[in-house]
Design a protein around this ligand. Structure first.
Ligand code: IMP
Ligand code: MG
Length: 183
């Protein structure tokens, strides 16, 4: 893939592809099949964490062959740069109760794990029947709290990545692949 095709979407800063569009689609198809098998015969609530998961959520939902409903949780980290502060602000709450539902949290990336730890604490007080995590990307080297996703798309090194929903200062979310910025 020619990164220069995407310069218009990246405010002129070159981004090298780390995971291509094709690799993303193939892996998400497989995750969808696995989730479909694991929840066979059950209804599932997919809970997308905004904003980073919006593209992953859209593709994953279409790869799952189950009676699915969708919810969104809006979160924003207070820090603006490339480091998670661990302090999280809820900007949009779920539209429906989740008590007694099978809930699958759909996240873009786990780095320190602080954001997910916060989300899990908050959601478990609402008594879902089950609560699992599906993350597109995992950076295990960055972990500060012990959190493990039940479904992981790709394990990646401790680099700052953008694209396919992930941002740097709110830009780059619309790149169709996962990239790393040239340093
Ligand atoms: P954590 O709390 O450090 O696990 O990460 C929380 C959030 O930080 C993620 O949901 C992302 O929104 C953001 N984040 C972490 N690593 C990256 C990255 O490499 N690129 C873009 N956003 C990231
Ligand atoms: Mg996020």
């Amino acid at each position: 893939m020619d990164v220069h095709d995407h310069l218009g979407k990246t405010r002129g800063r070159p981004v090298k592809a780390l995971i291509s569009q094709e690799e993303l689609q193939q892996r998400i198809t497989d995750l969808g099949k696995q989730i479909t098998r694991d929840y066979a015969g059950q209804e599932l609530v997919l809970l997308g964490v905004l904003k980073g998961s919006f593209l992953f959520m859209a593709d994953l939902a279409r790869a799952i062959d189950l009676p699915v409903t969708t919810e969104f949780l809006g979160l924003s980290s207070y820090s603006g740069g490339t480091e998670s502060s661990g302090e999280v602000k809820v900007t949009l709450d779920l539209a429906h109760p989740i008590a007694d539902k099978h809930l699958l949290v759909v996240e873009d990336i786990v780095d320190t794990g602080l954001t997910l730890a916060y989300i899990l604490r908050m959601l478990s007080t609402r008594n879902p029947r089950s609560l699992k995590l599906c993350c597109l990307l995992d950076k295990p080297e960055g972990r500060k709290v012990q959190i493990e996703a039940d479904y992981v798309g790709f394990t990646i090194p401790k680099r700052f990545v953008v694209g396919y929903g992930l941002d740097y200062n709110e830009f780059y979310r619309n790149l169709p692949y996962i990239g790393v910025m040239d340093e």
